[in-house]
Design a protein around this ligand. Structure first.
Ligand code: FES
Length: 71
């Protein structure tokens, strides 16, 4: 793998992290398709709601704190 290919592999890789008592974090560039079929490209870090209290699903809006989400 040459340097350009290696750099592309690094920038296109994704990492998923579950935050204790909080959202699911996805690191990297991803395409999100909503329930109506609309797609949106997200870069860097995207937080997805795990608690179901968000007013901006599927994304986390911080409502898990007020909802005292535990998991
Ligand atoms: S996890 Fe943050 S609002 Fe649901």
């Amino acid at each position: 793998m040459n340097r350009e290919e290696n750099q592309e592999a690094l920038t296109t890789s994704t990492k998923v992290e579950v935050l204790k008592n909080g959202p699911l974090l996805v690191y990297g560039t991803i395409e999100v398709k909503d329930k109506d079929g609309n797609t949106e490209t997200k870069n860097k870090t995207t937080a997805f709601c795990r608690c179901s209290a968000s007013g901006n699903k599927p994304y986390c809006d911080g409502s898990h704190i007020k909802a005292e989400f535990k998991d």
